[in-house]
Design a binder for this molecule. Structure first.
Ligand code: PNS
Length: 163
């Protein structure tokens, strides 16, 4: 058996939610000898609320106390290429509900085909199972309270965006 010393948790993180934090913390526990790289997708064709730099900075701040165990890097293009570049063989993704599985299964198989990596699914806690970045943006955009769904610095950043 080979020790897993690096895993990547990829996503758009527009913005980071408590659901993402939950999965990253679970990843740190399950892969307790590994460095967890949060891979922030910056697709030039996609419109994001937060720029790539803003998304990376927010995640770095939330995980600042974890030092070398949590790295945050942006990537564009294929995740498979980013994994090769980082020399990582394990992807971590969160599952909130059965409805996530179909899409996640497709991308896991595609990524395995493209770069022979395994995807490890971690299940979010029930209280985070309905949270998504898009819902959070919708609620924050309508000036609803999102404090329960995102880390405090993300709530402040959302407030500034929609002020
Ligand atoms: O947070 P998201 O938007 O659900 O994350 C999706 C992500 C970033 C994991 C996925 O879209 C991705 O890896 N995109 C990069 C392009 C790519 O590699 N596509 C082929 C395999 S899905």
């Amino acid at each position: 058996m080979t020790l897993v010393d690096r895993v990547v948790f990829p996503g758009s993180f527009d913005p980071l939610t408590n659901g993402h934090v939950d999965i990253i913390l679970r990843g740190l526990k399950v892969f307790d000898q590994a460095e967890v790289t949060v891979g922030v997708l910056c697709n030039p064709d996609k419109k994001y609320l937060f720029t790539g730099d803003e998304r990376v900075a927010l995640i770095k701040e939330v995980f600042s106390e974890y030092g070398q165990r949590v790295r945050v890097k942006s990537f564009s293009g294929l995740l498979a290429d980013f994994l090769r570049q980082e020399d990582v063989k394990v992807i971590v993704r969160g599952l909130r509900a059965i409805s996530d599985f179909e899409y996640e299964n497709q991308i896991a198989l595609m990524n395995r085909y493209l770069s022979e990596v395994e995807t490890c699914f971690l299940v979010a806690s029930e209280e985070n199972s309905f949270i998504s970045s898009s819902l959070v943006k919708q609620v924050a955009g309508l000036h609803g309270d999102v404090a329960r769904f995102v880390p405090p610095i993300v709530a402040q950043a959302l407030e500034r965006k929609f002020r």
